[in-house]
Design a protein around this ligand. Structure first.
Ligand code: CU
Length: 383
C-alpha cells in the first residue's frame, strides 16, 4: 500500500497512504478504504509508545574527514513550472547539497566564491570553533569574488542544522544561498525510522508578480508566465484583504508603539508574510513551490521521520492531515518526552525533527497553516 503525502506550497506537500483524494489527484480512481482496526487510527497509542531519540553525551573521534566542495554561484532556478529567477546557489541548486556526516567526523568544506560579491558560510546550530563561524569582520574576512576559503570543524552533536550565507544575509539567503547540515548519531538507539524526508522552507520575492517588488534596475524575466496561468488554480479569497483592513484599523486606534516607527507604516510593505517588511510572494519547500514540491510516498505502517528547517523570514505552522505526529527534536536536541501534536510552528532559524506512523490510509496534505503561504503570487493552489 502506498501513502503519498502531497507537499504543497507554497508550503504544501502531499502524503499518500491511500484513501480519498484532494483536487490535486482527483484524476486517480477512488481507492477503497482499507479496513483498519479502529484503535489503530483513533488513538495515538502506538505513536506514544515509540522510544525517544538518543541524546549525545560524549563521542569518540572517528578519524574520518568528510570533505565537501561548494561553489557559490549565480544560476537560473525554477521555483515552479513557468517561474524562474536569478538565484544565488551552492553548486547550482537551491537548497545547496546536504552536508551530512557522523558524530566524531571532521567536516571540511572548501568554498569557492564565484559570485560577483563577497560571501561567507555560517554553520547554524552546530558548535564550531570561533574562527569557523563564518561572520565577516568578526571571525573571518569576507570571501571575495574568486577567492576560496576552507572551513573545518568537528561534527560534535547529532541533529538537524543548516548552513547559510552570513554576508549581506537577507539578500543572499532569500536568493537561495543555504542548505541542510545533518549529523547522524554514533549510537542511534532504539528508535528506527523506515523513511526519512527533509524539508527546508524558503521565501522569495519574484518581481512583476502579485505582491512582488521591482527594484530599480532589476529585471527578472518570468519566462512569459502570467499570474497563475500555469497552475489552473482559483483566485484567492478575502483573507488577504481582511488582513489588510485589520492592519489599517489598527493604525486608526491609539498606538501603544507610537513613535517606534513600526514597519507597517512603510508604503512598500505588503502583507503576505508573517514578518513585516518582507515581501515574499513565493514560498518553497526544498526550493520548489506547489505543485512542483515532491510528494511523500510511504507504505502502510511505516514510521516516517521528517526534518524541518526554516531558513525563510516567515513563520510556518506546519500541519499534517489525518495523523498526529511527534516532535522528537528541536534545533538538533532530542526531546526526552516527545510531544504529540498535529501542527508544529517552525520559526525562522529553527529546525524540528518529527515522526509519525503512516497508519491511516489515504492521500493527505502536509502544509503550512499560515494560509497566505499556500499561494503562489497570491494565487491559491486550490487544495
Ligand atoms: Cu508558512
Amino acid at each position: 500500500m502506498v501513502t503519498r503525502f502531497p507537499t504543497t506550497i507554497g508550503l504544501l506537500v502531499s502524503l499518500t497512504i491511500l484513501v480519498s483524494c484532494t483536487s490535486v489527484h482527483k484524476q486517480e480512481p477512488p481507492v477503497k478504504q482499507q479496513s483498519v482496526a479502529p484503535e489503530s487510527i483513533l488513538t495515538t497509542t502506538k505513536l506514544r509508545k515509540l522510544p525517544a531519540l538518543n541524546e549525545t553525551d560524549t563521542i569518540p573521534l572517528t578519524n574520518q574527514v568528510r570533505e565537501f566542495k561548494l561553489e557559490a554561484k549565480e544560476a537560473r532556478w525554477q521555483l515552479v513550472s513557468g517561474v524562474e529567477t536569478n538565484a544565488y546557489t551552492f553548486n547550482g541548486t537551491v537548497p545547496g547539497p546536504t552536508i551530512r556526516a557522523k558524530e566524531g567526523d571532521i567536516i571540511r568544506v572548501i568554498l569557492k566564491n564565484s559570485l560577483t560579491e563577497e560571501t561567507s558560510i555560517h554553520w547554524h546550530g552546530l558548535h564550531v570553533p570561533n574562527l569557523m563561524d563564518g561572520v565577516p569582520s568578526f571571525t573571518q574576512h569576507a570571501i571575495k569574488p574568486g577567492e576560496t576559503f576552507t572551513y573545518e570543524f568537528l561534527a560534535n552533536h547529532a541533529g538537524t542544522y543548516m548552513y547559510h550565507s552570513h554576508f549581506n544575509s537577507i539578500e543572499q539567503i532569500d536568493k537561495g544561498l543555504y542548505g541542510l547540515l545533518v549529523i547522524d548519531p554514533q549510537n542511534p538507539g532504539e528508535l528506527k525510522h523506515d523513511k526519512e524526508y527533509t524539508m527546508m522552507f524558503g521565501g522569495w520575492n519574484i518581481p512583476n508578480q502579485a505582491g512582488g517588488q521591482t527594484k530599480q534596475g532589476q529585471n527578472d524575466s518570468m519566462s512569459g508566465m502570467s499570474k497563475g496561468s500555469a497552475l489552473g488554480i482559483k483566485k484567492k479569497g478575502d483573507i488577504r484583504s481582511l488582513m489588510e483592513h485589520g492592519m489599517e484599523d489598527k493604525k486608526s486606534t491609539p498606538d501603544p508603539h507610537a513613535g517606534m516607527n513600526m514597519p507597517s507604516e512603510s508604503p512598500d510593505n505588503k502583507p503576505g508574510s508573517t514578518v513585516m517588511e518582507m515581501d515574499y510572494n513565493y514560498w518553497t519547500i526544498n526550493g520548489k513551490s506547489f505543485p512542483d514540491t515532491s510528494p511523500i510516498e510511504v507504505k502502510y505502517g511505516e514510521i516516517v521521520r521528517i526534518r524541518l528547517a526554516n531558513i525563510s523570514n516567515g513563520i510556518h505552522p506546519m500541519h499534517l492531515h489525518g495523523h498526529d505526529f511527534r516532535i522528537i527534536a528541536k534545533d538538533g536536541h532530542p526531546l526526552t518526552t516527545p510531544q504529540v501534536v498535529n501542527t508544529v510552528t517552525v520559526n525562522p532559524g529553527e529546525t524540528y525533527d518529527i515522526d509519525f506512523i503512516a497508519d491511516n490510509p489515504g492521500q493527505w496534505l502536509f502544509h503550512c497553516h499560515e494560509l497566505h503561504h499556500t499561494t503562489n503570487a497570491d494565487v491559491e493552489p486550490g487544495v
